[in-house]
Design a protein around this ligand. Structure first.
Ligand code: 5GP
Ligand code: ZN
Length: 113
């Protein structure tokens, strides 16, 4: 999608701090991190949200999430991590290209929740 900000990140048209990339998936730091290391995991193919993901896309995406979470754990040493996915405006989605938030947690007062 030509006007999708995350498609532009996939295509390298706008910069992002990538933490992981393979054939199907890109993960990069959120531009407005709610905690240190807040990362978004997206499919390279544009799908609006969970309702549009195919099972194969879901498999390809979830397959790499544990490795990304462990890389964040090594890098930032959180004591926990939330995975969050907002689908639809009413659910808080603001960018309409599927993304899973990985939010490292550092305890009370870490800025999230
Ligand atoms: P949502 O509200 O749709 O669940 O999450 C969208 C996320 O995308 C927000 O956390 C927001 O900070 C992030 N975001 C929006 N635009 C950009 C961008 O251009 N680059 C990066 N890295 N993150 C973005
Ligand atoms: Zn897109």
């Amino acid at each position: 999608m030509s006007d999708c900000i995350f498609c532009k990140i996939v295509n390298g048209e706008i910069p992002a701090a990538k933490v992981f990339e393979n054939e199907h998936v890109v993960a990069f730091l959120d531009i407005s991190q709610v905690t240190k290391g807040h990362t978004l995991v997206i499919p390279k193919v544009h799908k609006e949200n969970l309702f549009e993901l195919t099972p194969e896309m879901a498999r390809n995406l979830f397959e790499v999430v544990p490795a990304i979470a462990n890389a964040l754990k090594r890098e930032f040493e959180p004591i926990g991590l939330n995975t969050i996915n907002n689908n639809g405006e009413q659910a808080g989605q603001s960018v309409f290209h599927y993304h899973m938030h990985l939010i490292p947690r550092y305890g009370k007062g870490d800025g999230f929740g």
